[in-house]
Write a protein that binds this ligand. Structure first.
Ligand code: SF4
Ligand code: SF4
Length: 120
C-alpha cells in the first residue's frame, strides 16, 4: 500500500520531494504525485517512518493509499477517532452532555408523585 498525496491539502512546499529515498514523488502538471511503483513506504531505507508523511506541514497532505474497501473504512475511522480524541476534554464534554440528556429523559418518564388528598 503506497502513500498518496491529497492534492487539495498540498501547499506545494516541495519538502517531500527532497526527503523521499526512492524518488517516488513527482510533480505532474504542477501537482505533486507519488508513483506507487516506486513508493516503498520507506521500508528498507534508513528511515523508521514514511518521510513524506512525517515532514508534510499540512498533516493530511501525504496519506496511505487504501488498497480495498475495509482498509479504506478503517483508515477513515482511525482518522476521525484521532481527530476526536485530540480535542481536549472531548470525551468528558460528550459524557457530561450525554448524562444530562439521559437524566432529563429519565425524569420525564418517572410517574408524578401524587400529593395526599385531605379528607373532608
Ligand atoms: S512513503 Fe517513503 S518512499 Fe513512499 S513516497 Fe513517501 S517518502 Fe517516498
Ligand atoms: S510535503 Fe506535503 S505540502 Fe509539501 S509538497 Fe509534499 S505533499 Fe505537498
Amino acid at each position: 500500500m503506497a502513500y498518496k498525496i491529497f492534492t487539495s491539502q498540498c501547499i506545494s512546499c516541495n519538502l517531500c520531494l527532497t526527503v523521499c529515498p526512492t524518488n517516488a514523488i513527482k510533480v505532474v502538471d504542477g501537482q505533486h504525485w507519488i508513483d506507487p511503483e516506486l513508493c516503498t513506504n520507506c521500508v528498507g531505507s534508513i528511515h523508521t517512518v514514511p518521510q513524506c508523511k512525517a515532514g508534510c506541514p499540512t498533516c493530511d497532505g501525504c496519506v496511505k493509499q487504501p488498497s480495498d474497501y475495509w482498509e479504506s473504512w478503517f483508515t477513515n475511522y482511525n482518522h476521525v477517532v484521532a481527530k476526536l480524541t485530540n480535542k481536549q476534554d472531548y470525551w468528558e464534554r460528550w459524557f457530561n452532555t450525554y448524562s444530562q440528556k439521559y437524566s432529563e429523559q429519565l425524569q420525564k418518564r418517572q410517574p408524578q408523585t401524587m400529593a395526599p388528598q385531605k379528607l373532608k
